[in-house]
Design a protein around this ligand. Structure first.
Ligand code: BGC
Length: 443
């Protein structure tokens, strides 16, 4: 059903996920060296971490417009060029201000790609593999995070933080080159009255010609999608589904995952790891667990269901966090080992639940008419909460300690379990129209 050319387009687009993961996580290992290099205070450290997120907030607001006006492919090209420039500026920065600018530029790319990459994947895929291709995006994020942890470890010995950031330019460069060969998506082409070109692209993406029977539906759906102003999101008929999307997106972040992804080596150092190297090595362990658990989720999600994985995931996160909090009671030789295992449990359960399932549910629950706008909104909320966590984490730690802060995240996970149990509909195996009808009834 899928041609090798389709796989090529999928791999090229998912490089966007890889860049997402790399650019957000690389700061974790570099921070230890940035503090003395730029003499950073606590608030400057928090800002060094969260600057990329401010850029992402800005990017998430323009991503939808770029993708709709210029096209999905040019929007991806734009992000790849920005990622490349952001890496170079950050790597060469000789002052804190220049560093912040470099991170901001990478951030804008992040905000745009978060929306465009899943959108592109969903629009080029046949419906039978759409779920798998969208989850591949999350898998690519986790591989990017692991790549950043590994690069950090490689350069840790000499403290070469410039290279840690500079390496991010390589996948961006590869994506720029590959993007010249990928196709624009058929729905975008239909919407811009390039019907002939859209059909040529479909011929290259699909082995069979089954799509020919759906041509009329594709055309009318592409035009329907064009309508709708921002205020439709607040109409009573969509309110429930928009609130569910926003809350799920927020819970993915405020349960604290990025406190760990961005600050892991610092956390491990405080938990008793003797050197910066060993703390970064423990962080790699976190990255490996994140990738493996995501593969497990991608594999089983369509069988086990969204609700099950969300509930299981959030419950496991509570267990991991509480065990991290209790690890301080252990004897001194075991403290760091228990702390590491606890955080691995936490990340593993995030990776089977809130990590991938959030993106899948958000891509499924919005009716076509409001999908692009609702996704822009939820992506913005996601980045905003991400920003909030990264900005407040160090302050929370200085007020309540690591353990108090993680206990706080555990309580939010409990709130998330309640929310999922009460509000998230099971969307496994249902068509988007059935989901739309059911959410309409629940209103
Ligand atoms: C989240 C990121 C997070 C990553 C961790 C993604 O789904 O959106 O904020 O860093 O998962 O794997």
């Amino acid at each position: 059903m899928c041609t090798p050319y389709l796989y090529f387009c999928v791999v090229t687009a998912t490089l966007g996920g890889l860049l997402f993961g790399y650019h957000t996580a690389v700061i974790s290992g570099a921070l230890i060296y940035l503090i003395p290099a730029f003499q950073l205070s606590i608030s400057e450290q928090a800002f060094a971490v969260s600057m990329i997120l401010l850029g992402a907030l800005a990017g998430s607001l323009v991503g939808g417009v770029l993708a709709d006006r210029l096209g999905r492919k040019p929007a991806m090209l734009f992000t790849a060029v920005l990622f490349f420039l952001g890496s170079i500026v950050t790597a060469l920065s000789s002052s804190y201000e220049m560093f912040l600018w470099g991170r901001f530029v990478s951030g804008v790319a992040l905000g745009v790609i978060t929306l465009v990459c899943p959108l592109y994947l969903a629009e080029i895929s046949p419906s039978s593999c759409r779920g798998a291709f969208v989850s591949l995006y999350q898998l690519a994020i986790t591989i990017g995070i692991l790549g950043a942890f590994a690069v950090n470890f490689w350069f840790a010995e000499k403290g070469e933080w410039h290279w840690m950031f500079g390496c991010g330019a390589l996948p961006a460069f590869i994506q720029v080159v590959f993007l010249f060969f990928v196709a624009e998506t058929p729905p975008f082409l239909f919407r811009h009255h390039k019907s002939k070109e859209a059909q040529q692209v479909l011929t290259r993406l699909r082995r069979d010609r089954a799509w020919e029977t759906q041509l009329d539906a594709m055309k009318s759906s592409a035009h329907q999608n064009q309508k709708g102003k921002w205020k439709v999101l607040f109409e009573p008929q969509w309110r429930r589904v928009v609130v569910i999307g926003i809350l799920l997106s927020a819970f993915q972040q405020i349960t604290g995952i990025n406190a760990l992804i961005y600050y892991a080596p610092k956390i491990f150092q405080t938990a008793g790891f003797p050197s910066a190297d060993s703390a970064i090595l423990a962080t790699i362990g976190i990255g490996v667990v994140n990738v493996i658990a995501t593969v497990f989720s991608v594999w089983l999600l369509d069988r086990a269901g969204r609700r099950f994985f969300l509930l299981l995931g959030a419950t496991g996160m509570v267990v991991g966090l509480v065990s991290f909090v209790l690890s301080s009671l252990a004897t001194s030789t075991l403290v760091d080992l228990i702390a590491l295992i606890s955080l691995m449990v936490y990340v593993a359960f995030f990776a089977i639940g809130l990590g991938p399932v959030t993106w899948v549910v958000i891509a499924e629950i919005f009716p076509l008419k409001i999908r692009a706008k609702a996704m822009t909104f939820t992506t913005f909320v996601n980045w905003f909460c991400n920003y909030l966590v990264s900005l407040t984490f160090l302050e929370l730690v200085s007020l309540f300690g690591h353990r108090g802060t993680f206990l706080f995240y555990a309580l939010i996970c409990v709130g998330c379990i309640y929310f999922v149990y009460r509000c998230i509909p099971e969307t496994k195996g249902r068509s988007l129209e059935e989901i739309e009808a059911e959410l309409g009834r629940l209103r």
